[in-house]
Write a protein that binds this ligand. Structure first.
Ligand code: SF4
Ligand code: SF4
Length: 167
């Protein structure tokens, strides 16, 4: 799995505020050392997370201060695409520091077909060469090309890619 925690400037709240979203505190896997001495795997809540948000917000860790999902870092993204509203948490990344790609976490079952999800995935497919969707069951699916929800030929699972590679 690639490093899912991009090193970014400290969160810029000039145009956007995360609240009340706290999806990244649930979703992202954190290795020991990222939030020392705590670690957690994909889908587990951070043990500093309470119903009202981070219990240590003012003293939260460097990693937490710097982490930005695509919604937070891209002012052009619609407000309704915020992860807790859209059900998708998106991260842009670079493959070999050259090729734009994206990772998308599905936060709720069945959300992939929603109008917001279609818009988000279309935007990511338009601006990157590879979009990997990580499902609630930790499955991996890869979107290639200009994806449309009714065009299954453009929706290629990693299993299918492996099968093709082995053939
Ligand atoms: S998932 Fe994005 S919007 Fe939500 S709390 Fe994390 S950085 Fe902020
Ligand atoms: S320390 Fe706070 S901001 Fe960081 S992951 Fe945990 S709950 Fe979220």
């Amino acid at each position: 799995m690639p490093d899912l925690i991009p090193l970014l400037p400290e969160r810029n709240h000039q145009y956007r505020d995360c609240r009340p979203c706290s999806e990244c505190c649930w979703v992202l896997p954190l290795a020991v050392g990222h939030i020392d001495p705590h670690s957690k795997s994909l889908g587990q809540p951070c043990n500093r997370l309470a119903s009202g948000g981070c219990r240590i917000h003012a003293q939260r860790f460097e990693l937490c201060r710097r982490f930005q999902c695509t919604w937070l870092s891209d002012s052009k993204w619609n407000d309704s695409w915020r992860p807790d509203l859209s059900g998708l948490l998106c991260l842009r990344e670079w493959i070999d520091e050259q090729v734009p790609a994206a990772i998308v976490y599905e936060l709720r079952d069945g959300v992939i077909g929603s109008p917001e999800a279609v818009e988000i995935l279309s935007e990511l497919c338009r601006t990157t060469v590879s979009v990997t969707v990580i499902g609630r069951d930790d499955s991996r699916q890869r979107l290639v090309g200009a994806w449309k929800p009714d065009e299954a030929k453009n929706f290629v699972t990693l299993g299918q890619i492996r099968e093709k590679s082995a053939a």
